[in-house]
Design a protein around this ligand. Structure first.
Ligand code: ARG
Length: 458
């Protein structure tokens, strides 16, 4: 068995069981591009400090590029004693360029190394996710534009409440995803801090110019405390929290799609390619995609709680517990990226059943608030108007009548204030267009916001 880089002080080799137990390579091998990029920057920093000759630096960098080449072409052979990606790369580098490879780790620890790698990785992933969310919002904006003239019931308590535009409903989600992007961008500012040079915990014995390393790796700032730098994982927790909120939004949307795709609602038709059938019931078309998104939301919440629990009560500074951060973080990132992607395509191809939406606008008494507000314009205090309208609704329900079909004479039984002008108040279109303040569902307001969003997302 070849011995480990740190085997010097040990009398016996690592137990096989422990080797398998502590290995993280299956999870952290995805960090190899960041690890190599970080190692090259470290080499350059050591050379600038005069710790490494320019010749040695060039040879190590060339070796690292060879290792990268092998990893990219999947020609890299992982060995059982490769504990993690950092040790595997250094091991292979030394095989390729000889003992000179042993100089790479001068003044560095895996503790600041892994902190750097993950920060580089998360930084890239956040950029990708923010871009994917933009594309998702573009699709929602396109659907809103296409259905600008489609009214639907708006709900509270899942009971029909007041008519709104379908476009307004879709744009509500765009607002959520805009905030999600802002949260990711904000978290990114704290991810984007360079930890290398913190060593194992105390800092570096070598005159390394950490600001130079930061410039090489495109970081605007460096960490200010080595103990903090090797044990801080708040940046991951912030990212996981932002991901959990994104998933919560996707899950709410999924829930609505599942409901809307039922035969009972049938506001939408999900694309066939995004549904599955039943192995037994031939008629079934099941909304598995939104169901899975809803289900995966629990998984991402779990990762957030998992990370917080791993960090809780950890003494400073690095502890091996921290290795458990990556499975949670990576799965949270992967899951959220996948969900955003699949929901983007589903929403792109969503078909709206306008007839079903129109049918749903009748019978719910959704114009009752209009009736009450009409009485207010006639000088009736709102509470009184509410009570009068409540009685009208009760009467209409018993008589099996629509509010919009009532005559002025019939309304007059409940209040002498009703006049002919009430009739134009009792239309879905009118109810929608009167909500004309900023943020209301009036067509003009929705168009205004659509224009802003289209520009913002261009
Ligand atoms: N695989 C480790 C991790 O992910 C790297 C750091 C190991 N450091 C140590 N002192 N054992 O956290």
């Amino acid at each position: 068995q070849p011995s480990k880089a740190w085997a010097g002080r040990f009398r016996e080799p690592t137990d096989r069981l422990v080797e398998a137990f502590s290995r993280s390579i299956a999870v952290d091998k995805r960090l190899y591009p960041q690890d190599i990029r970080g190692s090259i920057a470290h080499c350059q920093t050591l050379a600038k400090a005069g710790v490494l000759s320019r010749r040695d630096q060039a040879a190590i960098v060339r070796g690292l590029q060879l290792v990268q080449h092998e990893l990219e072409r999947e020609r890299f052979k992982f060995l059982p004693e490769d504990e993690d990606i950092h040790m595997a790369i250094e091991r292979r580098l030394t095989e390729l360029i000889g003992p000179l490879g042993g100089k790479l780790h001068t003044g560095r620890s895996r503790n600041d190394q892994v902190a750097l790698d993950v920060r580089l990785y998360v930084r890239e992933q956040l950029t990708v996710l923010i871009e994917r969310l933009t594309e998702f919002q573009r699709v929602l904006v396109a659907q809103a534009t296409k259905h600008l003239d489609v009214p639907m019931p708006g709900y509270t308590h899942l009971q029909r409440a007041q008519p709104v535009l379908l476009a307004h409903h879709l744009l509500a989600y765009v607002e959520m995803f805009l905030r999600d992007q802002a949260r990711l961008a904000d978290a990114r500012t704290r991810v984007n801090v360079m930890p290398l040079g913190s060593g194992a915990l105390a800092g570096s014995n070598y005159p390394v110019d950490r600001l130079y390393t930061a410039t090489l790796l495109d970081f605007p700032a460096v960490t200010q405390n080595s103990l903090d730098a090797v044990s801080d994982r708040d940046f991951m927790i912030e990212v996981a929290a932002a991901l959990a909120v994104i998933m919560m939004h996707l899950s709410r949307m999924s829930e609505e799609l599942i409901l809307w795709a039922t035969q009972e609602f049938h506001f939408v038709d999900l694309p066939d390619g995004f549904c599955t059938g039943s192995s037994m019931m031939p008629q079934k078309k099941n909304p598995d995609v939104p169901e899975l998104v809803r289900g995966k939301t629990g998984r991402v919440y779990g990762h957030l709680i998992g990370l917080m629990t791993t960090l809780k009560a950890l003494p400073l500074s690095y502890n091996r517990d921290l290795q458990e951060d990556k499975p949670a973080l990576f799965d949270a990132l992967d899951t959220t990226q996948d969900c955003v992607e699949v929901m983007t395509e589903l929403m792109r191809r969503l078909k709206v059943d306008r007839a079903a939406l129109t049918r749903a606008l009748t019978g719910g008494g959704m114009l009752a608030t209009e009736l009450a507000d009409y009485l207010v314009t006639r000088g009736v205090p709102f509470r009184e108007a509410h009570a009068i309208t409540g009685k009208i609704v009760r009467w209409a329900l018993d008589a099996g009548r629509e509010l919009s079909d009532l005559t002025v004479k019939e309304l007059g039984v409940f209040s002498p204030r009703f006049e002919k002008s009430v009739l134009q108040r009792l239309t879905v279109q009118g109810a929608i267009d009167r909500k004309s303040q900023i943020g209301g569902t009036a067509r003009a307001q929705v168009v205004r916001r659509l224009k802003e969003l289209t520009k913002l997302l261009a």
